[in-house]
Design a protein around this ligand. Structure first.
Ligand code: ATP
Ligand code: MG
Length: 250
């Protein structure tokens, strides 16, 4: 990044990554994120670096499986946190409109101000894109069993009743609690070792903006659900990382 943190030099070899980081910085300045958001993002960046900042084959396959399960679902929902909205809010609105399903905002550190900023941002994008996606999360009236405090709050006509839930950048124990409710939990997480990655039904080990764009391409193709082996997909990502590292020293 340049000395002026608002300007990213397009000739920088990792321009794309710096632009994504800037989206988090800008959203933080708008009051959409908790202070820890950049740390969570940095953890993702580190894994993306090791993956070569690309969609690897196993992630492509996992994204197709996610698209298939969202299309098959009786009541799908996209559960978005602040980082997911900051990075790919417009893309997820498009995905929700393709699926004709709602988005529910669910944030780790809930304050009325931050919730208001995120709701306002998605509503603005909804109008800008000419979409009419239902946006939930503002008035939680149900609880995810086993989760204390605001993190367990959800809406009865949203996450609580959904059979299939897409959770980008989810916290591990919330992912586990949603799985325990009997839902299909579709995870997007760059860290193949995180609890979310290991507890999900299908995990896409890829950067959230790349996944959202790929989903927009794949959903209209209505792919078929397969017998998915998630551990095998996580191992493929880990093998890719280890061969990237080995190749650097050859
Ligand atoms: P867990 O709670 O699942 O064990 P964690 O506590 O290490 O994971 P959290 O802070 O709860 O991590 O969640 C953030 C997760 O989101 C991290 O695993 C990180 O790799 C991932 N992540 C961050 N930014 C991105 C991104 N842009 N795209 C995809 N994943 C990301
Ligand atoms: Mg966590």
């Amino acid at each position: 990044m340049n000395e002026d943190e608002n300007v990213v030099d397009p000739s920088h070899p990792r321009y794309q990554s710096l632009m994504i980081r800037k989206k988090i910085a800008d959203a933080g300045a708008k009051g959409m994120l908790a202070d820890s958001a950049m740390i969570a993002h940095g953890r993702g960046e580190a894994f993306d670096y090791l993956l070569g900042e690309q969609t690897i084959q196993s992630a492509q396959d996992a994204t197709r499986e996610v698209a298939a399960r969202l299309v098959r679902a009786r009541k799908p929902i996209l559960s978005l946190n602040g980082n997911a909205i900051a990075l790919a809010g417009a893309e997820f609105l498009t995905v929700a409109s393709q699926l004709n399903c709602p988005i529910e905002i669910n944030i780790f550190y809930r304050t009325p101000e931050r919730m208001g900023a995120l709701l306002g941002n998605l509503k603005m994008l909804n109008t800008k894109l000419g979409l009419d996606v239902e946006i939930l999360g503002g008035v939680p009236d149900a609880r995810i069993p086993g989760l204390e405090g605001p993190r367990g709050a959800c809406q009865s006509n949203g996450i609580f009743e959904a059979d299939t839930i897409l959770v980008p950048l989810e916290d591990g124990d919330r992912c586990e609690a949603l799985t325990a409710m009997g839902k299909e939990v579709l995870v997007i997480d760059l860290n193949p070792l995180s609890r979310s990655s290991r507890k999900g039904t299908v995990t896409v080990v890829d950067e959230v903006t790349r996944v959202a764009s790929n989903l927009i391409q794949m959903i209209p193709q209505k792919p078929s659900v397969t017998e998915w082996n998630n551990d095998q997909a996580l191992l493929a990502a880990l093998n890719h990382i280890s061969s990237t590292i080995t190749n650097k020293f050859q």
